[in-house]
Design a protein around this ligand. Sequence first.
Ligand code: FAD
Ligand code: NAP
Length: 339
Amino acid sequence: MTAHWQEQVSLKPYNTFGIDVKARYFAQVHTDDEVREALAQARQRGLAVMVIGGGSNVLLTRDVDALVLHMASRGRHVLGDGAGCVLVEAEAGEPWHPFVQWSLQQGLCGLENLSLIPGTVGAAPMQNVGAYGVEIKDVFAGLTALDRQTGELRDFGLEECAFGYRDSLFKRNPGRWLILRVRFALSHQLQAHLDYGPVRQRLAEQGVQEPTAQAISDAICSIRREKLPDPAELGNAGSFFKNPVVAVEQVARIRAEFPGVVAYPQADGQVKLAAGWLIEQAGWKGYRDGDAGVHRLQSLVLVNYGQASGAQLHGLAQRIQADILARFGVELEMEPNLY
Ligand code: FAD
Ligand code: NAP
């Protein structure tokens, strides 16, 4: 089947910042054949292609003079069960959180800490999504992607994806790989990760003595709902900046002036600074300029109060970056993909 192309489509419903820009062409794709055909037609017409899933990690600063391909493929199933590992596969267009809940309903553990992350399965490997001490690389079993340069299908294993902190081969090569489906190695046995942030404390408050994967998921959902703005109510793309990873000496210099700096030692000897703490110290928490602002509870999250443009939000982000560099000597890197 051929995907139906629409012209001059507002992308407001397709990005969680709620930015109202237009796509020159827009098509929803449900199958590998529809993806291939849409890419071939775009090539024939000399059109650029932008792939979008849930639009929860993009900042759109202008109309998109391209074909926007909206990933709408569906399907999730168990591929195999043995040797303590259950192999599960999901199509790229599957919404992430319902997929996590489905895996828990199958009695499978591994994705519980990644509950309530917006977006799609296909975008999750892009930045190796992570939360509460777990990243998808920890349960990743492989993916199938289409090489947009050659049209060939390729399977990627863990090593080939070069996952890093909010990073991957796919993020570093924008426009090259279109992820079609992703596989995960889950387990019937829970390996609980409770030592991150307030997870253990929340479970204790809820009277949970021996947590199940579902109980951990529920606790994480309740923490996230308290702290993070729901994009359906207030436009945002989650954390706007990555937590900077810096040398120990730099942390020592910052600590001499700011003893309360929040810093987490990493396995490689470097130190991860909480970007939200730096931004809060600099006085940006709750800041608002027109409809572009910094969330009042979590300063790592930029928000759109209604009519902010992508350029206004980007401008605010650049002012914050310049201020943090001047005060702490730390460069903040944007997390969402900028268009
Ligand atoms: P999109 O925004 O649609 O796309 C992101 C990028 O991936 C774009 O460059 C796009 O072109 C590309 N892309 C999308 N689909 C494909 C595909 N199939 N093949 C190739 N490229 C593709 N992130 C975390 O890591 N941890 C969190 O805890 C977290 N919490 C969040 C909370 C909130 C409230 C919000 C709004 C965001 C949060 N995020 C978090 C960020 C975001 O949800 C994730 O990065 C998510 O994986 C993005 O998925 P998406 O489908 O919305 O991607
Ligand atoms: P938080 O718990 O207030 O923690 C603040 C920061 O400190 C986080 O960014 C986290 O880094 C870091 N941190 C906390 N405990 C840590 C530990 N034990 N070891 C190492 N680092 C630690 O953060 P939050 O904003 O409420 O988010 C909770 C989790 O959800 C975090 O993992 C966060 O990354 C994730 N999240 C991500 C997004 C996104 O868009 N990327 C949005 C919302 C939430 P890390 O970010 O490196 O984990």
